[in-house]
Write a protein that binds this ligand. Structure first.
Ligand SMILES: [Zn+2]
Ligand SMILES: [Zn+2]
Length: 275
């Protein structure tokens, strides 16, 4: 069986949360690294991708990778300008975006936030060979080497895309940022994630506090569990933690989730799972 593994490099949502009370689950924003055989895929480029990129660079073996962006809110792209391999001329990378609703391209989107006076370095200073790729959900993306990526439009302000990565007979779903409608389970999303080995899901809120955050574009861990049950997914990773969630709070969450769904994990920087 080929290697198919996920590593969480950043599990926070909205903004980094560096504090002594957040050392166990981590402070960096959204980034998950996948290894599919010899291939490397990053899901989102939040601050977590900075350490991931440094490790990739130090490994020396990998000089080619893909970045699949869910969308370009800051917490999902702010690590991109600090991704060391993009400044190396022997590296090839592809960056995918499919959430843009206003006709902007992936290339323009990156150029618009890596631009003075917001940031002194522009994408012209990347030395790597970068392919900017646009798509529209539900397009399927063939990454080669048997890696097939399915895409799904999520319910989020300014748009976002959910991904299903199929490789070697197994599947991982990455579903963040998205808002559910209370009391319903989206049948299209259930079909999209059906039978996957693992789902990483937007668990910014809880069912108990959700009423205050309707319209913010996020979901709850309980909705993630309901989706997993409906779709026959056995492992669930709660992701995109609110900045207020301390280690103690997240530890209690993990125990609470496991009591109702044994295959539940709370995403933390460094969490690695075989798919
Ligand atoms: Zn986010
Ligand atoms: Zn967002």
């Amino acid at each position: 069986m080929s290697r198919f593994e996920l590593t969480v490099w950043g599990a926070r949502g909205s903004i980094p949360a560096p504090a002594a009370v957040n050392t166990r689950y981590g402070s960096d924003t959204s980034c998950v690294e996948l290894r599919c055989g010899e291939r490397v895929i990053f899901l989102d480029a939040g601050t977590g991708i900075v350490a991931a990129g440094r490790k990739l660079y130090e490994e020396k073996r990998v000089d080619d990778f893909d970045v699949l962006l869910t969308h370009c809110h800051f917490d999902h792209v702010m690590g991109l300008p600090f991704l060391i391999p993009l400044y190396k001329d022997h590296v090839s990378a592809r960056i995918f975006a499919g959430h843009l609703l206003d006709g902007t391209t992936c290339r323009n989107m990156v150029a618009r936030f890596m631009c003075p006076p917001y940031f002194p370095v522009t994408p012209k200073q990347f030395a790597a060979k970068i392919g900017y790729r646009d798509f529209r959900p539900p397009d399927e993306i063939d990454l080669g080497d048997g890696i097939c990526v399915k895409t799904f439009r999520l319910n989020h302000p300014n748009g976002a895309v959910g991904y299903r990565v199929d490789f070697d007979g197994r599947s991982l779903c990455y579903i963040t940022d998205t808002e559910h409608e209370v009391g319903t389970i989206d049948p299209a999303l259930v079909e999209f994630i059906a039978g996957a080995e693992v789902m990483i899901y937007d668990s910014t809120y809880t069912d108990e506090d959700f009423a205050r955050y309707v319209g913010f574009g996020h979901s709850t861990w309980q909705q993630g569990v309901r989706l997993c049950r409906a779709a026959g997914v056995e492992r669930f990773v709660a992701f995109h933690h609110d900045v207020s969630r301390t280690d103690g709070w997240l530890e209690r969450l993990e125990a609470e989730m496991r009591a109702v769904f044994p295959g539940a994990y709370v995403a933390s920087t460094g969490l690695t799972l075989s798919v």
